[in-house]
Design a protein around this ligand. Sequence first.
Ligand code: BGC
Length: 793
Amino acid sequence: MTTKSQLTDHESARELRNRALSYEIATEGVVLLENNGVLPLSPCPIALYGAGAQYTIKGGSGSGEVNARHNVSVLEGLIDAGFDILTNEWLKRYDEQWKSGRKSFLSSMRRKLLIPTARRIDALLGIEYIYPTGGMLVAEQLASADTCIYVVARQSGEGKDREDIPGNFRLTDDEIANIRLCAANYPRFVLLINSGAPIDLTPLDDIPGIGAIVYMGQLGMEGGHAVAHILTGKVNPSGKLAVTWPKSYEDVPFGDEFGKDPELALYKEGIYVGYRYFDSFDVSPRYPFGYGLTYTSFVHSAQQIRLSDDKLICSVEVTNNGPRAGKNIVQAYARCPGEDCEYQRLVAFAKTKVLQPKETEIISLCFDIASLAQYDESDAQTIVREGDYIVLLGDDSRSTVPVAVVRVPNTLILEHHKHLCRPRTNIAELHHTNRFEVPRDLPHISINSITRAEHSRVVAPLTGETSQFDVRLLAGTGMNADKNGFSVPGAVGHTTAAFVNEGVHNIEFCDGPAGLRLEKKSVLYPNGEIKPLEFSLSIYEYLPRWMRYFLIGKENKGQVLYQYVTAFPVEAMVAQTWNVELAQKMGEAISDEMSEYGVSFWLGPAMNIVRNPLCGRNYEYYSEDPLLTGRMASVTAKGVESRSGNYCTLKHFCANNQEAYRRTVSSDVDERVLREIYWRGFEIAIREAHPSSIMIAYNKLNGTYCAMNHELCSDLLRDEWGFDGVIMTDWYSTGPELADEAECIRAGVDLIMPGGEETIQALTKAHKEGKLSDADINRATNQVLRAIRNARR
Ligand code: BGC
């Protein structure tokens, strides 16, 4: 077996470069939620408390975990920024409490996993060690200082949704009491929130003295430095929320039904997801979509709106009117007329460069007329209805101001579709009708016609890669590498090495999306076997000791290999930058790491819509808005694929919006809602970036497993969107009681992952029994072979 791992552990130039990028993204991803003049702070003596102070969470758990050489905690970041920490005693006690709590947690997990099976591991994947709060603080023992920073931390991850309970979505009694005490005792009190998704801050409403709240989220390996520099003002906060923060969970539409039924998730809210719900039904959020403060102030003035080639272009003058240099994000929304549409929807956004005080920049917000469209279910077409549309600019979804009117005198038909993936029954959804006065004094623009998109099959069927077909190419080799091939320690999948001697090498799949998940240290045995010296996935720590004994390598038995990668901020924080250039650079940086270690498929970006704040994997997803999601995923994909022969994998297609029962549940969603919300981001990324692969989700869609759904995998992806890459399943989503392997291939899937002997046997049997045709095998083989041949090695 061969690998490309390094034999030294010196921090390389690439590591330094990528770490600097991770820091930059982290600084732009932080959102300043409240500031009563306390921030920025000059470095000073501080009291530092809270679970996330030294055990800062850099990213969520599960397949999205990325391990870096070192993750900078809030404590380290503050020390490096020149703060003097006065609470070392408390931090020491907390450290002991954390360690002993973790020890008992691990032994209880090990008991549960005495006989580990894939299913059992999967069920426990999302169970997290809940950090102790450090107990109740006592007034007399508080460190004496003017400034206090308190870090609330929450972990979540794959396999389990969050819950609306204290210690999870809610604050615990200890946390509330401690925050109250600190806010009362320290003239400058700052609360940091270290979680991958919103939490309920209601108890803070009646706590006076909270000087500032900073949502630092989960910022990757440089999080501590990034947040310290936001606190000192070395970097002016410019992040904006990519999801709505509800006041409490009760405000989430149909929240009480979320994740309850093992068989069915009924998308009753329809298109009213996130701000589309809060704004349309006038439910006040705690913090709206797009919200975030800064240490300066910006003024926007819309200059002009014009039409060019089916695009509307709105120029906006942005001036920094405040005392500090900073970047600003401008958001454009559209309000569509008539029945059954949201109050407004995001149609464009842009971020300025760093503007010095009094400096101005003119930015262009450009959006397709198609951004105003609706899907007309009765005739399966995308249309822009006749009527007056209002274009609005805002700092967030609750502060939008009309700037122009777009008049559509006659309904325009943009595209005819086939009816695809229709629901099994009529879904009784929410309805909202937009009624508004059209402002007379605004610039008006008329759209009388539009170029029509007619989709025929753009993808020519692949032929000629091979005259022979072999089902071994349609499945990976399981989680373990084939000893005859090439292997990357930490890879979660490998194509077959059965044809290496015929010039068809095997290629490797590694997880994302917050970087590249590899083993940091492993050992290569003389017989070619590779074993990790540390585990890249926290769940391995739950395994019984005897099992770990067999899995973990012995350093003195072979050659030690190193792979150091970058832990970037989680996608939810990348989205909060609203900075597409940075997201693209992140894709490029990940791709450099792929080339360095020999990874062909990166399993990211993840781009499901944040439908409910409790989904355990929200930290891995960008936003509740499909445009922001689609744009971020598209530039990340472009970044990854800018290095030729490296592939990204959009995931998880589609409507995989909860972790509970993810392998059995059917997401029942209306056709229009799929088109406008859950498919839209994927469509944007596929049409803009032409990515090389996509991962099909575990769940069913309207009753049929996504991977067995011909309408989804072939009619939509291939025929309508022209997707020309590899279509793969999510890991272990086929087999008895799950999706049928042969039916997946017939539906249009090319590769069953991670595969293994049982998968190959099932495919071979289906072929023999005539359930899988030569043509289907040939099609999928060609697709996989082309990816292998074009992959970088
Ligand atoms: C996750 C995917 C991941 C795959 C491989 C699955 O459980 O849903 O996101 O890429 O495992 O680790």
